[in-house]
Design a protein around this ligand. Sequence first.
Ligand code: NAP
Length: 280
Amino acid sequence: MAKIIDGKALAKTIRGNLKSEVEDLKKNGIQPKLAVIMVGEDKASKIYVKNKSKACEELGIEYEEYLLKEETTMEELLNLIHKLNNDDKIHGILLQSPLPKHLNIDEAFREISPDKDVDGFNPVNVGKLCLNQDGFVSCTPNGVVKMLEEYNIPTEGANTVIIGRSNIVGKPLVQCLLNKNATVTVCHSKTKDIEKITQKADIVIAALGKPNFVKGDMVKEGSVIIDVGINRLDNGKIVGDIDFENVEKKASYITPVPGGVGPMTVAMLMSNVVKAAKKN
Ligand code: NAP
């Protein structure tokens, strides 16, 4: 039976450490502040944004929310981003995705100052990650790496399979793990015979958004399983991309959903805000 990687507990410890860092910053006259922009009425986004505001409150980070109407134009969005870029009191800017279809999210991320890009989505920070240089690393991949580190799970030379190649999870995860000397294989919707690839993996990271996609017979005995997926079933239950019940029997370590990668993502965001405040 696998050991559970308790993301909730780990995130709590990280937030505790960050809280004292925030207190130190305040003693030095720096009040860390995060600005969050949300456009439209996406239900899941509202929950994520609420979790982020709660974490800020707990840590003593100032938090400002900009809730823009669904019909906001690109010009209005960019004007707001530029205004926040130029506001010295704001250290981090987060643009909650998804955006309504008429808005160009790539352009918006490009316009967020790289020094305030606490989500790590600006191409400058993506490039720095690829070059293994110091910058802002996107929060979910960073959270996954932190979990592996904290549980002393070796990545060097580990045969690591990532399912999913999105710009916000899969692709930055590849770089994070390459930087940790893992041997990385990426699977996506066009990959053939995924099970043959995952069966050989020491570490499987599922980030595809398909409930219970990874079954027990797709993983090898003793492997480490990280579930990034968050899927809401028709009955309201939240499940990951891993068939937890069956995979747990074979794995050495496994993350639960909820209580795994999700809380780590928020903790890593807080960590990036503190880092941005320190830089300033
Ligand atoms: P996304 O943008 O929809 O990307 C999904 C990726 O999975 C794509 O690369 C897609 O391949 C691949 N994929 C889809 N179906 C597949 C299949 N049948 N076999 C193999 N690959 C397949 O999703 P995302 O934003 O990366 O999010 C992925 C999941 O993580 C979602 O459940 C999301 O809610 C969750 N998430 C969790 C956190 C957290 O904090 N825990 C943070 C972000 C996201 P193609 O590229 O070929 O289309």
